[in-house]
Design a protein around this ligand. Sequence first.
Ligand code: URA
Length: 469
Amino acid sequence: MTPTEPKKIEPTTAPLHMIDLIRKKRDGEALDAREVGFVAAGAADGSIPLEQLAAWLMASWLRGLTLEETTALTLAMRDSGVKFSPARLGKVAVDKHSTGGVGDKTSFLVAPLAAACGLVVPMISGRALGHTGGTLDKLESIPGYRAGLTLEEFETVLGKCGAAIVGQTPDLVPADRALYALRDRTATVECPGLICSSILSKKLAAGLNALVLDVKTGSGSFLRKPEDEEYVAALMVATAEAAGTRTVALLTDMGQPLGRTAGNWIEVAEAVELLRGERPAKSEDLRELSLRLAGWMIHLGGKADSPEAGYARAEEALADGSARRVFFAIIEAQGGDTAVLDDPKGFHKPGATQVVTAWQSGFIANMDTTELGWAVQRLGAGREKAGDPVDPHAGIEFHARRGAYVEQGQPLATLYATNAAKLTEPIERLKRAITISETAPRTVPLVRRIFTREAAGEYLQRQPPAASL
Ligand code: URA
């Protein structure tokens, strides 16, 4: 070193202080991998106070995370707990995860469909997040269902049923467990970098061989800008592939709730109807998307030569009742009372019910699905703060879907709430969310675009990486 050269400072060995990292992020600087790792580890072991984590989340939401920060956070969150290894089960491990939607209950179909086709599905899911519903909250509407299994129990259920659906635990992705719940109550959900790291940390910790991502687009998506949706889809595929997991992302329509129900128990009941082989017209989009996603899972898992052949195998598993039997077996193995699945209507006991009718005749031209999601949460299906109980029976059943023609006075939706006082705000939100007009809306494809690893690679080459996500 010549005397004029400045002495190199080694920032990586200096002790870190959360207050400095918050300030850095607040001022628009990027954190390095060690700093990001410090945040993830402190979230996981509780050593960083919640107010500091919340401040860092808000700074990240406002400033965005760079590509490097997103990758570092994904890996640090993955490594914040133990990693599950499904190799001992002797089957190919696959899963599906969505970026979050309203009425999105495809997990209850795709997990048993893939398991019925000879794959194993170690599904780590989440609770209600922002305006979107939570797979675990829906499953916990089944009396006795336990989402918090130990790793040993998780493996036992997987060995017995071929699929298990659990949540993050103090052992399994604890950093996501803490940050996920905190984002839900600090309005810091809709951040592409935080969404990407939250999803992939869980999926990579589950030791998957293959992953299908359902990236929601449209009015109910967290990622409102099409360029963000595409970028996050491509980024997640590339990141998961680089970590050794075969991955594909489907960009799918969330411009209206998926299927005809949004809530907790009513969503489980709708999925069970389809698993029984019934085909209600208003649930057809749910059936189709579930088969498309399962088709990809079965293909990437090596049980079909193409996603189309995977779709056909999934359809068989639906028709012959094998997927239904797997679903019932999972519920039973995780402590749930399957008797309620046999009598969905008998079990549904909402505290208050209100039918909302069309205020004019015309076409359902638009559904602001985020607003509808908030209506569902405020009926009692979601929580104000972590640990609040959710109402298993709260939710909305839609009687008309986007594009339908309705006569004035015709039922549009039935709202189920914990009590009558909880109906007022959701009714207002529902009325604000639905546009009835003289002209029919254009039809929107259910699957808008597919990012295979090749397509994601090409996209990321062409698209200059967003400076911050
Ligand atoms: N699903 C997740 O697990 N995390 C998110 O941030 C969004 C959807």
